[in-house]
Design a protein. Structure first.
Length: 569
């Protein structure tokens, strides 16, 4: 009876650990880790039960001490029709719209599409299937008025392609006079760069003082990016960084329910849209007061009332008649390459989100990157990193395996005692504790050293899952993409075999039901790895093989010949 109770408790404990991990993922703004439900197709977002805000220039909340109403887009007093055109550098292929000078499409030329490797990866897009755009414009402050917005048709000038030998491409959008303000928006793109300098220069063409405010916003639908996995979850949605509260992710569902909690005002930081491996962000220089907001909007796309908006609003100095004012911003559109992000702006590297174990994950990535600098292959770098970790934890593992070896040595004595006293459970427990004391064996001695290492290996899991350098990175033979599952399932099969082999080297629990569970749990866990990225499976295989080798050596040294304890179902 005691054995049955213990088995039930072990099963409950196992499921509790799975649920705890699942909730930890959800708490980090992610979907359920194991078999998350399908992401619903974008439907009409509602705030407090009401339809989303129509495509207003700005959300109702603005900067400190100022309330800026949500105003309708301003009709442009110009006969110039709007048009879209492409601008190309060595790493970006952008589509811009003369309506507001908005960025409506961005292809990353160094990255292949997740599903069709012959195509470039598209991050920003404005089509029948997706909405994801970067916009900016001017809205009135305390003096009121209607100024050039992202709906104002502008005149474009400048080069459309970065030529050989050139390091910069400059493109200018000039608005007509709207409400006494003329806006000149200048994009400067650099060779090899994913950050774009965006300069907004305002001129007061009226006869009275004006009090304009600059807004920068990212608008996208609430759908998950194509090519995602159903077996592990990554965050998609807006994020905010400020010195006060650091990096804050906001779930689309919280925005829809008007329950989004984040810093609303700051003098530093950025707003961003994050997805697996890639991100976009608007950045203003430090010291400029800005307000931050997020809301659901209807932009009139074919997807319906589909979209969410992250906005940053900065007040400008009052402009006297004839005066001009320029404010510089930076727009990042690209991969979450940690070293590149660190160099661009404080806190921008947090777009590559490791979750709550960032303090462990960052040094692990640093070490992985250093190893790659020598090895020049991400697959072998993973193997080398796990090897170094096993060396670092050698003595902890040795202690755990020594305890297991002692348990294995006294296992025949325990089995004989259990058979002899099977009808006397209380006496059986007392006799078992006596044997443990005499043999100086701690039944939990093999658990604690391994438990200490679990946070490190979870952090390494996060590193491998979040590192964009793994995307389309080959290892050897048939593995051409470490971020994709093994197409022939060879690595997952080998990982399953090593997991079962490692399980067979452990001492079999005295209770038959526990012995069966000891095999069922790792087998069920291994099945999930058939759908995990190859890089993660490689890391687990390497860890298993090194653990088996160390356990074999320690058992041999202690005079306990390695023995495979096969399951008896």
């Amino acid at each position: 009876m005691n054995d049955i109770r213990r088995t039930i408790l072990w099963v409950i404990f196992g499921f509790a650990m799975v649920m705890l991990w699942d909730q930890w993922q959800v708490a980090n703004g992610k979907r359920a880790t194991f078999f998350p439900g399908p992401m619903p197709v974008a439907s009409a977002p509602k705030v407090d039960g009401k339809p989303a805000v129509k495509d207003a220039t700005l959300p109702a909340a603005a900067v400190v001490q100022t309330t800026v109403p949500a105003v309708a887009p301003v009709a442009t007093p110009s006969s110039t029709p709007k048009e879209r055109f492409e601008v190309t550098t060595d790493v970006l292929k952008l589509t811009l719209d003369t309506e507001g000078g908005s960025l409506v499409r961005a292809e990353l030329l160094k990255y292949a599409d997740s599903e069709d490797k012959s195509k470039n990866f598209v991050l920003l897009d404005d089509s029948k299937d997706r909405v994801y755009m970067a916009q900016s414009g001017i809205v009135a402050g305390s003096t009121g008025g209607a100024f050039p917005t992202h709906k104002t048709v502008m005149t474009a000038s400048g080069a459309h392609a970065l030529k050989d030998g050139e390091n910069e491409l400059v493109l200018t959008f000039t608005s007509p006079d709207v409400g006494g303000i003329k806006l000149v928006k200048t994009y400067t793109l650099r060779r090899g760069a994913y950050d774009i300098a965006v300069k907004h220069e305002l001129t007061n063409t009226s006869a009275s003082a004006q009090s304009p405010q600059l807004y920068l916003q990212l608008v996208r639908d609430g759908n998950k990016p194509a090519g995602g996995s159903s077996f592990y979850s990554t965050f998609t949605g807006p994020a905010v960084y400020t010195d006060a509260k650091k990096f804050e992710k906001v779930d689309f569902s919280d925005i829809k329910k008007n329950k989004a909690d984040f810093e609303k005002s700051a003098t530093n930081g950025y707003i961003a849209m994050v997805q697996h491996y890639f991100a976009s962000a608007w950045i203003l220089p430090d010291g400029i007061q800005r307000s931050l907001s997020m809301d659901a909007v209807d932009i009139g796309s074919t997807l319906g009332d589909c979209c969410y908006r992250a906005t940053m609003v900065a007040p400008l100095e009052t402009l006297a008649p004839g005066a001009s004012k320029a404010i510089d911003a930076k727009l990042f559109i690209g991969p979450q390459e940690e070293k590149m992000l660190e160099a661009l702006s404080p806190g921008l590297e947090l777009l590559k989100d490791y979750g709550r174990l960032t303090i462990l994950a960052k040094p692990l990535y640093w070490l992985l990157d250093k190893l790659h600098g020598f090895i020049q292959n991400w697959g072998w770098s993973i193997v080398a990193l796990v090897l170094l970790l096993k060396i670092a934890f050698y003595w902890l593992n040795a202690k755990a395996y020594s305890s297991m070896a002692k348990m294995k040595a006294i296992n025949p004595k325990i089995m004989e005692m259990r058979e002899r006293l099977k009808d006397k459970p209380q006496q059986m427990q007392q006799e078992m504790m006596r044997i443990y004391r005499e043999e100086k064996v701690n039944p939990m001695g093999g658990c604690f050293p391994i438990m200490v290492q679990i946070p490190v290996f979870i952090a390494l899991y996060s590193v491998l899952l979040a590192t964009v350098e793994m995307r389309n990175a080959p290892w050897a033979l048939w593995i051409h993409d470490l971020s994709a599952p093994d197409p022939y399932y060879i690595l997952p099969l080998f990982m399953t075999l090593t997991t079962l082999l490692q399980t067979s080297l452990n001492p079999a629990p005295p209770d038959p039901m526990q012995a069966k569970m000891m095999w069922i749990m790792p087998l069920a866990f291994s099945v999930m790895f058939f759908f995990f990225p190859s890089g993660l499976v490689m890391y687990w295989i390497t860890n298993n093989v090194l653990s088996i080798a160390q356990q074999w050596i320690i058992n041999t040294r202690m005079g306990v010949p390695p023995k495979f304890n096969m399951p008896k179902f």
